[in-house]
Design a protein around this ligand. Structure first.
Ligand code: SAJ
Length: 417
């Protein structure tokens, strides 16, 4: 029986805000909490501060029905969903400081009986770390009723939605819910059951944490295989795209696509949490990360090869900065990394970046006078070398005529030249 009427969602980012909106759309009173006043103000106006299909409609509707509001202060609530960032530190272990900040806000509000769910992608035992951190601040409470203390329930429920399809996948994907106790898992299942039409699988907290990391590491390893094939194909002088297309005709083979490297805040990051947890064992996972991380430098080498023999003043068109097609998200994007390396290595060359989904270059590319954001036509007109980094629709439609006479480096296999 669900007794949760009021939920606080801590962190109104790419996952927290959609989750808040979908709960509110299903009749739960939701308060979104964020440290960024601009985000809080935007949500209270019914606006969404980033691009995600269908999210605006949900947020605007929930705010106008007074089921969703936002604040910089953590309120009392029946359940808390923590969806804050867990970036990695310079030694590639997870930075849990945002989780701890969320805990500092939650702890004073607890009365006993609440459910606290960690949704942030986390290294193994982060949910226990959150529980211990909160119970350290509130020694009058417990996670299991020991010594007759009121219980607070802790669970991990990783999100697995694909950016660009978040509002659909939140509803249709299966979910894994791991509790520090069985009761915590059952309660979290009841809450997600409010909107989730997929199956909800119960387990313990550490297995749930690992499941999310393993899903992304699985994909990373498979993309690394494709990227390694692109190196090998180049060495033996064959077309990697044709090679993969043909091999995939086998009924039990499904090779992914090579690219300029792996970006985004998940697949390029999460496998390192596994490596940090078991460095001696996670050999293949580490190697895959290294293969994928080596791809940007390899692409830069191909641009250098293409430039050799061309007039010194030849310009370069860099097509795409996003981490994947048809989105505006530049986080951990290998395309940004390649653009930066080219700008650093070629101070005398003009680099024309085309990214139809952003209005200005990211800060890592500004402050240089050899790189600028241009429209596609202008960039193509001026450049002798074209390097395609993202298979945005605007680029895959390019015709042979538009590329005639140019050296083309197509890292996505998106062009027919
Ligand atoms: N990529 C390739 N070749 C491929 C597929 C992808 O180079 O064949 C690259 C993309 O261009 C991109 C990166 O990999 O740079 C990641 O893109 P993606 O579409 O594979 O995944 P994300 O990062 O957008 O979302 C992933 C998803 N995880 C899995 O598919 C296992 C998503 O379901 C998760 O919710 C999300 O990570 C997350 O939040 O963890």
């Amino acid at each position: 029986m669900l007794t949760i009427e009021k939920v606080a969602v801590i962190g109104l980012g790419y996952i927290g805000l959609p989750t808040a909106a979908i709960l509110a759309a299903n009749g739960i009173r939701v308060i979104g909490v964020d440290v960024n006043q601009g985000t809080v103000d935007a949500v209270n106006r019914g606006e969404v501060p980033f691009v995600e299909p269908d999210l605006s409609v949900h947020v605007a509707g929930a705010v106008s029905q007074k089921l969703l509001s936002a604040s910089t202060e953590t309120p009392t609530a029946d359940a808390y969903i923590v969806a804050v960032p867990t970036p990695f530190l310079s030694d590639r272990t997870a930075d849990l400081s945002y989780i701890e900040s969320a805990a500092l806000g939650i702890a004073p509000q607890l009365r006993g009986g609440e459910l606290i769910i960690l949704e942030s992608t986390s290294p193994p035992r982060a949910t226990r770390h959150l529980a211990n951190y909160i119970l350290g601040l509130r020694p009058d409470l417990s996670s299991d009723g020991a010594n007759g203390k009121p219980v607070v329930h802790f669970a991990h429920c990783p999100e697995r939605v694909l950016p660009g399809r978040v509002m659909i996948e939140l509803v249709t994907n299966d979910r894994i819910v791991g509790g520090t106790t069985r009761e915590a898992a059952e309660r979290a299942k009841d809450l997600y059951g409010v909107f989730c039409q997929g199956e909800i699988h119960l387990t313990d907290d550490v297995t749930a944490e690992m499941a999310k990391l393993v899903e992304n590491a699985y994909r990373d390893v498979n993309i690394a295989f494709a990227n390694e094939l692109s190196f090998i194909s180049d060495t033996v002088g064959i077309d990697v795209w044709e090679l993969i297309r043909l091999a995939n005709h086998h009924p039990r083979v499904n090779i992914l696509q090579p690219g300029p490297g792996v970006g985004g805040h998940c697949i390029a990051v999460d496998p390192w949490f596994i490596v940090a947890a078991a460095p001696e064992d996670a050999k293949l996972i580490r190697q895959a990360r290294e293969v994928n991380d080596s791809k940007p430098e390899w692409v830069v080498g191909k641009v250098m090869d293409a430039l050799s023999g061309l007039p010194a003043k030849s310009e370069i068109a860099v097509l795409g900065l996003a981490f994947k097609a048809n989105i505006d998200d530049l986080r951990e994007s290998p395309a940004v990394e390649i653009a930066k390396r080219l700008a650093d290595a070629l101070p005398e060359k003009c680099i024309n970046v085309v990214e139809p989904h952003v209005q200005e270059l990211p800060s890592s590319l500004t402050g240089r006078n050899n790189i600028s954001l241009q429209d596609l036509e202008h960039a193509l007109e001026r450049s002798a070398v074209v390097v395609l980094l993202v298979d945005h629709e605007a680029f895959t439609k390019l015709t042979d005529d538009q590329l005639i006479g140019k050296a083309v480096i197509d890292t996505r296999g998106a062009l027919k030249v």
